[in-house]
Design a protein around this ligand. Structure first.
Ligand code: BGC
Length: 456
């Protein structure tokens, strides 16, 4: 922390002297032999202070390779990702966890923007295919919905997004009710209502025929196998009425697609843009949403890298770093009050899926290797809450593994069982061995189980 203060003061001083000199100093990129990005933040140190200032700032990042012993665990950089510390019933953010120390952040994506995109994508598909979509011709466009985790704010947002776009949502406590309805073939459920869609002057009824949280008997949520079983049950009792399938993610969506909807030509919509789901669009999968995991995985490691280097947190994010890595503001937003970075979502449909075929490819604007002298190797402890989660294991972790080398981070990947926090926290027995932590909780309420270990 002290180091960071010094660095910020230095940066500030350099900035001031630079302004005073009035010389344009931002054009000194990587060519200066790999000084830390502190300098980039501050401007051109050479000009400002005849080169003498170089060392101070450069040493900030470079000089503390053995620092883990000196820095208390509670002061080490910490990033929460994918599951935002929050109350699982009300969605209220857990600001204690989000501001655990001055180098704590969350990295996720804009859940509401993505949810709206998913709902709109489904609605537009129905409108464009209105002549053929009602398979049994009963005048009701019926859909079923696979819910990931009723206590996960991303899952809640997606359920709301679909219901909002299709007009099936009902209000509860000032927002759209996101409860599962079980079976609702008669349209009598109280958590949803029949919606309507008007196309070419004609009005069609839209009904949520069934929805369920896909949780297996051991307690794992977003469970693809459970979704595959559910579509089996639903289709055998009212398969003719199912015209569309919506799923909170691709793992469950693909399971339903492979079990039933592909053969029955029922458009199925998921979320995540996993490679297998994107490929399935060619075979009738309706579409998916990219949550820009390539940007999220980058941000997850980048905020740690910046904190470890003692540089401005925006380095390599909104401000180009010494290697030229930078993100444009159409792919992420930063909410300072929430200490959260949110990647923005993109709809992936038959129109554009060819651009999304490899979900593990690093995002080109931030794919440049950091100099190992200026950004020396650091050790990171990182967990994936459920080693068999489709999105995290097939998309997110491979991306992290591609970025860790580029950022000179040596990451230990810990895979959880998706059910119990202790299965993961048990493996955080020796935090002193690490320089920074990246945490993906089983339950969004459980941040304290981790911070307690770091505070000991
Ligand atoms: C993804 C899901 C995944 C979940 C895990 C979500 O953002 O869309 O596929 O299961 O994160 O927390």
């Amino acid at each position: 922390m002290k180091r960071k203060l010094v660095s910020m003061t230095l940066a500030l001083m350099m900035g001031i002297s630079l302004t005073a000199c009035g010389s344009g100093g931002d054009d000194k990129p990587a060519a200066d032999g790999g000084n830390t990005s502190t300098e980039d933040q501050a401007g051109d140190t050479g000009a400002a202070d005849e080169g003498a200032g170089d060392t101070g700032a450069a040493d900030e990042g470079a000089g503390d390779s053995g620092s883990s012993a000196e820095v208390a665990n509670k002061d080490k950089p910490l990033v929460w990702f994918n599951r935002q510390p929050s109350n699982s019933s009300t969605g209220e953010l857990d600001m204690t966890a989000l501001s655990f120390n001055e180098d704590t952040y969350y990295v996720g994506f804009d859940a509401n923007q993505g949810a709206e995109l998913q709902g709109t994508m489904i609605k537009e598909y129905i409108e464009a295919n209105i002549d053929s979509i009602d398979r049994n011709g009963d005048g009701v466009i019926g859909y079923v919905l696979a819910i990931g985790d009723i206590g996960h704010n991303d899952s809640i947002a997606r359920t709301r997004g679909v219901r909002k776009a299709l007009g099936t949502g009902v209000e509860k406590d000032g927002d759209i009710n996101s409860d599962p309805v079980g079976t609702n073939t008669d349209g009598a459920a109280s958590a949803v209502q029949d919606g309507s869609i008007e196309v070419n002057g004609k009005t069609y009824v839209v009904r949520e025929l069934a929805s369920q949280e896909m949780k297996n008997s051991a307690g794992a949520t977003w469970d693809a196998a459970t979704a595959g079983n559910a579509i089996g049950t639903w289709s055998s009792s009212f398969g003719d009425s199912i015209d569309v399938i919506a799923s909170n993610n691709d793992g469950m969506g693909m399971s339903m697609f492979n079990a039933w909807s592909k053969d029955n030509k029922v458009p199925t919509f998921g979320y995540d843009a996993n490679s297998d789901a994107v490929a399935a669009i060619a075979e009738g999968y309706g579409g998916t949403i990219s949550q820009h995991a390539d940007v999220q995985a980058y941000l997850t490691l980048r905020v740690l890298r910046n904190a470890l280097d003692g540089v401005d947190i925006d380095t390599g994010i909104g401000t180009a770093d010494d290697a030229g890595n930078v993100l444009s503001d159409d792919v992420f937003v930063y909410n300072e009050e929430q200490r959260s970075y949110y990647a923005l979502n993109v709809a992936v449909t038959s129109d554009n899926y060819n651009d999304f075929t490899d979900s593990t490819k690093v995002y080109e604007p931030v794919s440049k290797q950091l100099d190992a002298g200026a950004h020396p190797s650091k050790k990171v402890w990182l967990n994936i809450y459920n080693a068999s989660d489709n999105f995290l294991s097939s998309t997110y972790q491979p991306l992290l593994q591609n970025y860790d080398d580029l950022m000179n981070l040596e990451v230990d990947y810990i895979g959880g069982d998706g059910q119990t926090e202790s299965n993961i926290t048990n493996r955080l027995g020796n935090p002193g061995q690490y320089d920074a932590f990246a945490i993906n909780m089983v339950k969004t309420d459980n941040a304290a189980s981790y911070t307690a270990l770091l505070s000991q």
